[in-house]
Write a protein that binds this ligand. Sequence first.
Ligand code: GLC
Length: 505
Amino acid sequence: MDIPWWRDAIVYEIYVRSFSDASGDGVGDLPGIRKRLPYLRDLGVDAIWLTPFYTSPMADGGYDVADYRDVDPLFGTLGDFESLVSDAHELGLRVVVDIVPNHSSDRHPWFREALRGERRERYLFREGGELPPNNWQSTFSGPAWTRVEDGQWYLHLFAPGQPDFNWRDPEVHAEFLDVLRFWLDRGVDGFRIDVAMGLYKAEGLPDVEDQSFTSVSPVWGQPEVHEVYRQWRKVLDSYPGERMAVGEVWTDKAEDLAQYVRPDELHQSFNFAWLQAPWSPTAFKKVIDETMATVPFATWVLSNHDVVRHRTRYDTEDPGTGLKRAKAALLTMLALPGSAYLYQGEELGLPEVKNLPPEARQDPVFFQSEGKLPGRDGCRVPIPWTAGGASFGFSPGDVKPWLPQPEAFGELSAEAQTGQTTSTLEFYRQALTTRRDLVRSLPYTLEWLDSPEGALFFTRGPLTCVLNCGLEPVRLPPYESVLLSSGPLDGGLLPPDTAAWLNRP
Ligand code: GLC
């Protein structure tokens, strides 16, 4: 069987607002991304995933779409998108775009019609009286219902500006099949499906006791959703060139995840269990074993635009630990069978920016929780490209970016790290290019080796990967040579918070 491109791909997530600004308005855009494509090719990634760049009032940074078939002027034009795809393809990079089917923007023409009292069946409107129709809460805090002028309520599992579609309405189905074709016709190689376990809500919208984002309930993970992905798969398969779809499925059970990647559904689903695992060899091993046992094509992810950057998650009182662990986790992840999703800036070792002032914050999570939750702005601070300048090269000239960057971003910039052999950026480049040369010759399986306390050792054919999560150095297993390590090795010993790739004897 030919191996599809996405099986082992490294996909680089571009949070469009924060990657690179060419227009000079302080917000990232498509021409800005186009300019940086050679950087991504040199980094060694196989594909880029673009977060939503569609027409949007930006109630949730673009995850509130008002027109699914156009580019918001903030990000450029449809022509810019087409040029971006064509340049990317020329450089050998695939392009995956986000699709947001659970909800639209409240400025979407369908919702405007609904507000006028017409064709409300495309959304979830209910009578409620003075109180909302049920006890569901918005994922961003506060009630999941907003009341309109005539007294009815509409459901929004996220911001009030993101009304949930009613997927029991056939028009919603037809619309999204058409949207998929629109972007496939423009050459996209795949889709990342936002809130893929949403879409359907249990009939009757009953009250819930536990509405956690990660478990199946009347709110999330209804079985009807699988029929949608079967239809989408048919559309993808009808196009030449291995078009794919990856689902954003938050679930606490590997078996639930497996449902989304049955042979006639999605190709992949994010494996958030890997990102949620604590720094522990037993926790990592459990996730790896469960993943390999339940899904045909594994994916791995450490950071994205919704979570605290992993460098910061792994921090301890010793300020150097987070970055050491982040590099070791990367090397381990890249040795696993399957595909890995990277988040922009992790190759620079960017930390979460925790001290953004309240007046700078933009995430609806911060506002809906009345400041109780910091929200996700800290992982969305614009990328530093140069060591100096008003925006560290993110925007042209003296323009200030939409979120303030800390001073420390200068020395973490791509410019400052390029050519520095011990930099995080050069480490990522080396790891990704080494993996690229190796990956197709490795079996799609792994074998555990006996590991000392605190460590995790496994092999894939000629490659051995070792990770030490413990407090003491551990002895390396027999090896012929060291291919790569995330930090210095101490003779035959692997220091704490370090990983390495070894050639087997
Ligand atoms: C997904 C996105 C997140 C967005 C939410 C609502 O979880 O990744 O950024 O806020 O969906 O669309």
